[in-house]
Structures are given as structure tokens and as C-alpha cells.
Design a protein around this ligand. Structure first.
Ligand code: ARG
Length: 254
């Protein structure tokens, strides 16, 4: 009998360990797949884009599986904080404000935001945004930039950047602020000669990182090391090309 109990206890311990392992080998990543070229949903319902490829490359290095859980962008930070997600991979800029609630990996990319306007727009510089109706996605730095650029009653939050651009086309908005790679992708998709990226409105440089729960130093160290490797071995550069993050050579030459 004693032997049997010892055996059962041993078996239980093995099962507990297996469960713990299973838990740590799958990381749930909150994402808002409305943001091509970083993340969007393909016809089969899979999350695709720069961030999806990056996640797959990181997962391979650290020996885990990263599964995407689609949600709205403005709920991801809270989801990471409360443990609903292990990670937030959603074209996140690393900001002081967010760092109060979550940690971030080392940056994996840098860019800045752009302002989409009508081609005949009276918006000629950052100062002329004052009093203009500006739309941006809820919970984004674009929305914060809108708040800093015009008066409160003229700031319009949207579920997706694309919806805001549709309202710009329709004349309900004067400007839309979003990440430059996303602005370029939207313009390329809509192919509408009446809207363009303002060349005279500009915003500061921003860095993309993966959000993770505060204090999970072991996970952060692994992710940081993986990202550093992927920068050094040229994988990130390849993904930049694949997803046309900085625009085509022609666009850059313009
Ligand atoms: N980079 C911007 C930010 O950090 C926008 C990110 C929006 N991401 C998304 N998947 N919709 O606020």
C-alpha cells in the first residue's frame, strides 16, 4: 500500500510538471488584427503580417508556441496586466505611459506617425491641425497626437484606422493620424487620388516593442535575446522588405 501511494504521488508530480511545462510552452498574445502590414486576418482567420512572422521567429528561438488572440487594440495592455494574455504583440510603440503598466522588450523596429489629409487640404504644418477634425484608432499614440494637436471636441476615436480614413474621404474628418507603414498601406489599398500623406506635418520617432507583464524578467530576457538575434542575423530586415514597412524604393526616392 505504501508503495502504491508513493507511486501515485510520483505520478501526480510528473503530471503537475507536465502541466506546468504545457502552460509555459504556449504563450497567448493579444493582438488587434486591423493594422496591416503589422497584423491583419487572412481569409482563413489566421493573423498574418510583420508581427505574426516576428512572433513565429521568436517562438522558434525560445522554443515556445505563440498563439494570437484577436481583440480590440485598447484592451490589450489591461489584458497583459491581468494575465489574460502573456504578451501584447500589436504594433505597440514603447512609451513611458505604457511602461507604468506593462514591460516592453527591446525595440524591434522604429518609425514615426503620419498624417493623412485631402490633397487640397489647408493643413500645411503641425500648427494648422488646431481646430481641425482629427480621427485615429482608440488607445493609440495617434489618438494622443490628435489630442495634442487640436481641441478636445475635434478628436474622433475609431475602432480601426481604416474607418477613420473612410470618414476623411467622406468629408467628416480633416485628418487621420496613424503609423506611417499603416498609412502607406491604407493609401495603397484605397488608391484614391484625393487623399495623401502630408509631407509637412511630422511627428517624432517611435520604437516598436512587445508588451509583457511587469516583473517577468525571465521571459523578458528570453524575448530580448531572441529579438537581438533576429536584428543581428538580418531576419528583421528581411521582414521589413517582405511587408514593405518603409515603403518601396521608388516611394523613398520621391
Ligand atoms: N503604434 C501605435 C501605438 O502603439 C498604434 C498601434 C495599433 N495597433 C494595432 N494593431 N491596431 O499606439
Amino acid at each position: 500500500m505504501k508503495k502504491l501511494i508513493a507511486l501515485l504521488v510520483a505520478l501526480m508530480m510528473v503530471l503537475v510538471n507536465v502541466a506546468a511545462l504545457a502552460e509555459t510552452t504556449t504563450l497567448k498574445a493579444g493582438t488587434s488584427p486591423d493594422f496591416p502590414p503589422f497584423e491583419s486576418m487572412d481569409d482563413a482567420g489566421a493573423v498574418v503580417g510583420f508581427d505574426a512572422d516576428l512572433a513565429a521567429a521568436i517562438a522558434k528561438i525560445i522554443g515556445v508556441e505563440i498563439v494570437f488572440e484577436p481583440t480590440s487594440f485598447d484592451s490589450i495592455v489591461t489584458g497583459v496586466q491581468t494575465g489574460l494574455y502573456d504578451l501584447g504583440i500589436s504594433g505597440f510603440y514603447i512609451t513611458e505611459e505604457r511602461l507604468a503598466n506593462v514591460d516592453f522588450t527591446v525595440p524591434y523596429l522604429e518609425d514615426s506617425q503620419s498624417c493623412i489629409v485631402k490633397v487640397d487640404s489647408a493643413i500645411t504644418d503641425n500648427a494648422s491641425l488646431m481646430g481641425k477634425k482629427i480621427g485615429s484608432q482608440s488607445g493609440t499614440i495617434g489618438l494622443e497626437s490628435a489630442e495634442a494637436s487640436t481641441d478636445e471636441s475635434n478628436v474622433f476615436p475609431y475602432t480601426k484606422a481604416l474607418d477613420a480614413v473612410m470618414d476623411l474621404k467622406g468629408g467628416k474628418l480633416d485628418a487621420v493620424i496613424t503609423d506611417t507603414p499603416v498609412a502607406k498601406a491604407i493609401l495603397a489599398e484605397l488608391n484614391d487620388p484625393t487623399i495623401t500623406i502630408s509631407t509637412t506635418v511630422s511627428f517624432g520617432v517611435e520604437y516598436y516593442g512587445i508588451a509583457l507583464p511587469k516583473g517577468n524578467d525571465e521571459l523578458k530576457a528570453k524575448l530580448d535575446e531572441a529579438i537581438t538575434t533576429l536584428i543581428a542575423d538580418g531576419t528583421i530586415d528581411q521582414l521589413v522588405q517582405k511587408w514593405n514597412i518603409y515603403g518601396t524604393a521608388d516611394e523613398a526616392a520621391e
